[in-house]
Design a protein around this ligand. Structure first.
Ligand SMILES: [Fe+2]
Length: 231
């Protein structure tokens, strides 16, 4: 009888041990790693933003809205994760742009513009050297392409542009329009939404614009600033 109870107990304990091991290996550890990755990326994004004063807090807001658009478009969980990470890391290449150019008050010269625009290539080169970020390289490289082919660096058009880049490019513009920058004053969010809607099929993917309008209406990126209200 005692031997029988011992065997039952031993099998029970082994079962519990197996379940705990499975939970730790496939749920707890991956979640912990995911949080660590995300925090590391946030820190890197913030490090770049402290160099470009006008964009402080920008990456986090762009990432949040980009993720909501990606979810609205029905992207898979893995694709949504790539959108989040790429949105956080998209301007990491600005680390190579001199501070005086990033924060210049007047118009940029042709040469300075070339240096700023090169941040997409620099950023793609940086992430491609880090195995778990390598899939983001293409998204980062093309986040300034435009639907009509007028963007950079390669002048890609329409669906040649990775979908994640189309999403991030639109949100990046929206966030820039509604923020004070060295070269312009913030405009109201409703006005920025109107301009983006107007540019559907020209600068932006119409499907991405539709998803953006659906989610941004219920999620203002930030409270209206006095400057934006006055614009
Ligand atoms: Fe950028």
């Amino acid at each position: 009888m005692i031997e029988h109870l011992f065997v039952v107990f031993a099998f029970g304990a082994a079962g519990v041990f197996c379940l705990v091991s499975l939970y730790v290996s496939f749920i707890w550890l991956p979640r912990k790693m995911e949080r660590a990755y995300r925090n590391a990326l946030r820190t890197l994004a913030t490090a770049v933003e402290t160099k470009d004063f006008s964009t402080l807090g920008h990456a986090e807001r762009v990432a949040e809205l980009a993720v909501r658009i990606a979810q609205k478009l029905g992207l898979s969980a893995a694709e949504v994760k790539n959108v989040r990470y790429a949105a956080l890391m998209r301007d990491i290449g600005k680390a190579s742009v001199p501070h005086r150019i990033l924060n210049k008050q007047g118009d940029l010269t042709e040469g300075e513009l070339r240096v700023v625009r090169n941040h997409v290539r620099e950023g793609a080169a940086i992430v491609s050297q880090i195995p778990f970020l390598a899939p983001l390289a293409d998204i980062i490289l093309h986040h300034h392409e435009r639907w009509d082919g007028s963007g950079y660096p390669d002048g890609l058009a329409g669906e040649q542009i990775p979908l994640a880049s189309r999403i991030i490019g639109l949100v990046d513009d929206y966030e820039a329009m509604t923020s004070d920058r060295p070269y312009h004053r913030a405009i109201q969010e409703a006005e920025a939404r109107r301009r983006i809607e107007e540019a559907a099929g020209v600068l932006y993917d119409p499907a991405v614009v539709e998803a953006f309008l659906a989610v941004s209406d219920s999620l203002p990126l930030k409270p209206e600033t006095p400057e934006a209200s006055a614009a």
